[in-house]
Design a protein around this ligand. Structure first.
Ligand code: FNR
Length: 341
């Protein structure tokens, strides 16, 4: 389908299914096991109500945010996702360029099609990118990759901590190929975490936080930020959604929001979904599959996804009486339909 016919992230996914080889569509689309968490990620936003206030001047909407001290035009970013090359030959380069043109953050995966250096080179001169990493069982691989990320100009590391032992069981994808990945360290521990931090001077952000206890541990260990995520439902089937985890942290460890930056993702498909996570305390929100699917149309596809999403976010914000995304707080959401964890 031509790009002109695609009007939101869901359109991109439907079109992607018709265009991609089935095994590649499955590898992007799959969740773990029954895909309950995959479905819950999408469905949770329908249970939250956004409150709107009418008597406000919203003529000059502001969407920019700072993330670890770097300024971006939008409070959403492109989350790390492996193998962008399944969508097209330019792979992560299209994602980097589109993010750069829009002034948003892109965080490439360490399991990318292109190398660390190729992705850095695809970006624009003054573009800020972060990079994702895992704790591999091979420690020298980790230190080598971190050194390359630093040298290539990446400004922070998202350390994924939710599938350190082994990948989730992704049945939809296993039908085509064995997705199992045995390179991850199965001995992830607090000392492994400390060891990882010592290998880089860049700020490290644990990605995949799903409990208030782990959020508090990260605060106590002095991390500048955490990233609430269940890996798009691809790891533990049954894991809670970002909405539930943010609510749980707010209830049991509210100081986390005062003293660290919090990012979140999972099932965000519209600007309104993103506003829900922002109102619950996220500073920025990640898009996983939508960017991978948009990338089938290359640079132009990712540009269009970002601009559609930005327009949805801005329009919804204005309709809610919100002038600046930084204003969002829990007074803008009603989560009464959700049973607390
Ligand atoms: C991912 N995700 C992911 N996360 C990570 O830290 N490193 C990785 O290499 C990958 N790879 C990956 C591949 C694919 C195909 C997907 C869909 C996801 C998880 C990703 O960063 C993010 O947490 C989720 O994708 C967010 O959920 P949505 O937006 O896809 O619903």
């Amino acid at each position: 389908p031509p790009l002109e016919d695609l009007w939101d992230a869901n359109d991109f996914q439907i079109a992607a299914k018709n265009v991609l080889k089935p095994k590649y569509y499955a590898s992007y689309r799959t969740g773990a096991l029954n895909e309950y968490t995959y479905q819950a990620n999408l469905g949770i936003y329908s249970k939250v109500r956004l409150n709107g206030f009418s008597f406000r001047d919203v003529s000059n909407p502001q969407t920019s945010v700072s993330i670890l001290g770097h300024n971006f035009t939008q409070p959403f970013f492109i989350a790390p996702a492996a193998n962008a090359g399944h969508a097209n030959k330019s792979a992560e380069a299209s994602l980097a360029r589109a993010a750069g043109r829009a002034g948003i953050l892109y965080v490439p995966s360490i399991s990318s099609t292109l190398s660390i250096e190729q992705i850095a080179a695809a970006g624009f001169e003054n573009q800020t990118m972060f990079h994702q990493e895992y704790i591999w069982s091979n420690t020298s691989q980790v230190s080598d990759e971190l050194a390359r990320m630093e040298a290539a100009g990446f400004k922070a590391i998202f350390l994924t901590v939710d599938n350190s032992g082994i990948n989730g069981v992704r049945v939809r994808s296993m039908r085509y190929t064995d997705e199992s990945d045995t390179g991850h360290s199965t001995s992830f521990s607090l000392s492994a975490l400390a060891g990882f931090r010592n290998l880089t001077t860049l700020p490290v952000v644990p990605k995949g936080i799903k409990t208030w206890q782990d959020a508090l541990t990260c605060l106590e260990l002095g991390f500048p930020a955490i990233y609430v995520s269940n890996h798009g439902g691809r790891v533990v089937d049954g894991a809670p959604t970002a909405v539930e985890v943010l609510m749980d942290i707010r209830k049991n460890a509210p100081q986390v929001f005062e003293r660290m930056e919090v990012y979140a993702d999972g099932g965000v498909r519209t600007g309104a979904d993103a506003l829900i996570l922002l109102a619950l305390g996220a500073r920025a929100v990640g898009l996983g599959r939508p960017a991978m699917f948009a990338n089938i149309w290359g640079d132009a596809g990712v540009d269009k996804l970002i601009s559609l999403f930005a327009a949805e976010l801005q329009t919804t914000m204005q309709l809610m009486g919100v002038q600046n995304v930084n204003q969002l707080n829990t007074s803008y959401v009603n989560t009464g339909n959700i049973v607390p964890l």
